[in-house]
Design a protein around this ligand. Sequence first.
Ligand code: A3P
Length: 299
Amino acid sequence: SGPDWVPLKQDWKSRWCTLPACYIEDLAGRIDAFETRESDVFVVTFMKSGTTWMQELAWLLLNDLDFERAKSSYPFHRSPFLEYSAINPVVAIDSVAMCNQIQDNSRLIKSHLPAQLLPREIWKHGRKIIYVARNPKDVVVSSYHQMKGMHYSEGSLDDFVEYFIADKIMYTSFWAHVIDFYKMRNEENVFFVTYEDMSRDLQDVVKRLSRFLNCKDLSNSEMEKLLNHLSFKNIKESKFGNPTGFIKTLRKTTDDFEFMRRGIVGSYKDELSLEHKDKIDKWTMSVLEEHGLTESDIF
Ligand code: A3P
């Protein structure tokens, strides 16, 4: 209990997921029954895993590299966030209605919900899903900065790690989220990729994603333009690509809040204490072991 934003643990469809209470009250039923279209594409991630980066890439591929539109409107408007109404209930935005209003040939819909909470029709009709996973230590650090910047969390990074591992942070359990999609990675309608893949070789990801989305092959110059557009530096400096300013219009943040923070693999090395790094590693090993996996199978 507590103020509206305190995540409550709910046992929903026999899987755990920590979500704000108002999600269950107001949104869960509408999202469960959300009507999908054949051409829909869902970008699904655990938060802070490179969602916005992937949205920008996928939206451009689906919209014939319309850089002009990409440079003049926020990802939030081009590719709405399905359950946003529950994440920021203070602002009167009906995020499900926003998804329904999209006029693009293919709607690109963002969600951080775990597999079991996504619209039922996705599974019934095999709608396309792009899933981006990121290593948990960077996710923890990035989530901590975001949550703190948005006044969701007031404690230290060490406290945050403890809550994260105990599934007390919004959208946890982290590993259940990732493992469900990792296991679906060979399904025809699922494109599973990691933030680490995108950092290592974005061009390869663009080519594979383009085939998955049935988009036309890109010329060398189109590819170059796209990769430049998607670079951390370019997006950070762009008024519409960088959501920092937009988020500040939607909610109270700290003055130093910055969405495009570091954009690298391994930023945890500068920020996590050795004790908490080890704690996350041990937790990861024990969870993955139950599934016959190691972290290097995924990342
Ligand atoms: P950091 O906080 O580690 O910098 P999401 O969109 O899921 O919220 O993920 C945000 C994370 O992706 C942030 O990570 C952000 O900096 C990073 N990111 C966003 N755009 C990026 C880009 N073009 N290149 C690399 N990282 C990017």
